[in-house]
Design a protein around this ligand. Structure first.
Ligand SMILES: CC(C)(COP(=O)(O)OP(=O)(O)OC[C@H]1O[C@@H](n2cnc3c(N)ncnc32)[C@H](O)[C@@H]1O)[C@@H](O)C(=O)NCCC(=O)NCCS
Ligand SMILES: Nc1ncnc2c1ncn2[C@@H]1O[C@H](COP(=O)(O)OP(=O)(O)OP(=O)(O)O)[C@@H](O)[C@H]1O
Length: 197
């Protein structure tokens, strides 16, 4: 079964694009959601995060996400350590999910795919892009956040230019109808490739 990794910077629209694949019947694994679920439910992960960032990182046994974000997006070293707690657990969870799938291909959506080299685990990679200011405006509209907080996350992600060099396919997500056409076209290409493999 073909594995397709899908990523994009904050506010690029990767979840919007993943949903378009879902509508075409493609199973989609959302690594961010799995990471959230594991942070909520795994006592081992909770203990490691408290050890790393202190008691304030959990309240009533639930992660204090704004607090954790305020720490790690200001300090690359802490972000690396948080990633090292969560990513292996997500990888294991994904392997179990993947073993239960039976379609021609699956899509794996993640906030970071190129930065840590995990794109190499996939047959194809898709990068979702949009101009930086568009991305900022989308997130400002969607979330209770500030430009500074969005830029702090952007500073921990590669630029689109750097990611485009490694991506197999790029979806320029500006006009939504245009993005849908690109997804339908990519779906055809990947299905054809699955038949031939
Ligand atoms: C710091 C946390 C608690 C902030 O939670 P919050 O609900 O505010 O954000 P959420 O998880 O929905 O992510 C929103 C966006 O932030 C950016 N972002 C999240 N994690 C990372 C990361 N490790 N590196 C760079 N950018 C990131 C992405 O653009 C992502 O789409 C959370 O993002 C986290 O635990 N991140 C580290 C683990 C991780 O990489 N998770 C995602 C994939 S498993
Ligand atoms: N082509 C588009 N035109 C207009 N708005 C869009 C478009 N694509 C996505 N959006 C909107 O922009 C916001 C960000 O999109 P989405 O949540 O899919 O991005 P994301 O890359 O998954 O974000 P994050 O990195 O913050 O998790 C959402 O409110 C979404 O509805």
């Amino acid at each position: 079964m073909i594995k397709v990794g899908l990523t994009g910077g904050i506010g690029s629209g990767k979840t919007t694009i993943s949903n378009m694949f879902k509508e075409l019947g493609v199973p989609v694994y959302i690594a961010d959601d799995a990471g959230k679920e594991l942070m909520n439910t795994s006592a081992e992960i909770r203990q490691k995060i408290i050890q790393l960032l202190g008691e304030e990182s959990y309240q009533n046994d639930q992660p204090n996400r704004p607090f954790i974000a305020s720490k790690v997006f200001q300090d690359k070293n802490l972000l690396e350590k948080l990633n090292a707690i969560i990513h292996p657990a997500v990888a294991q969870h994904f392997r179990e999910w993947f073993a239960a799938q039976s379609s021609a291909y699956i899509v794996y959506e993640a906030a970071i795919l190129f930065e840590k080299g995990s794109y190499k685990d996939f047959d194809y990679s898709i990068l979702v892009t949009a101009p930086k200011e568009t991305r900022i405006q989308r997130v400002l509209k969607r979330d209770h956040t500030s430009r500074e907080q969005i830029e702090a996350r952007m500073n921990n992600q590669w630029s689109d230019e750097k990611k485009e060099k490694l991506a197999d396919f790029v979806i320029k997500n500006e006009e939504i109808e245009e993005s849908k056409k690109q997804v339908i076209h990519l779906n055809e290409i990947i299905l054809k490739s699955a038949k031939n493999s």
